[in-house]
Design a protein around this ligand. Structure first.
Ligand SMILES: [Zn+2]
Length: 95
C-alpha cells in the first residue's frame, strides 16, 4: 500500500481508490505524486488490457465478450493498483 511521503501514514486500499485521480493524502491533505519507479511499473500494468486485444482477436471472441473481459480486467488492475503504487512529494521526471 502507498505511504504518504509527507506525514508517513499508510493509506488503506479504500483510501487509495478514493483519491486515485488526485493522490491527496486523507490524513494531511497534502498532494502526493506517483513516484517515477512506480509510474513505470504501473505503466506496464495498464498495458495488460492492450496485450489482451490481439489475444482476443486470435480467439475470435465477439466484440461484446471482448469488451466485458476488458472491463473486468480493468477492475482487477484498478483493484491491484494500490499494492504497486508508491508515492512521492514532488512530481518526479521519468528519467
Ligand atoms: Zn499525509
Amino acid at each position: 500500500m502507498p505511504t504518504c511521503q509527507s506525514c508517513s501514514k499508510k493509506w488503506t486500499w479504500k483510501q487509495t481508490i478514493k483519491t486515485i485521480f488526485r493522490f491527496e493524502c486523507p490524513y494531511c491533505a497534502k498532494r502526493q505524486y506517483e513516484s517515477a519507479s512506480s509510474r513505470i511499473r504501473s505503466g506496464v500494468f495498464w498495458l495488460v488490457p492492450l496485450v489482451f486485444l490481439p489475444i482476443n482477436a486470435g480467439f475470435g471472441f465477439s466484440v461484446g465478450l471482448a469488451l466485458l473481459i476488458a472491463v473486468i480486467l480493468g477492475f482487477i488492475i484498478l483493484g491491484l493498483y494500490p499494492f504497486i503504487l508508491k508515492l512521492s512529494n514532488e512530481e518526479e521526471p521519468y528519467w
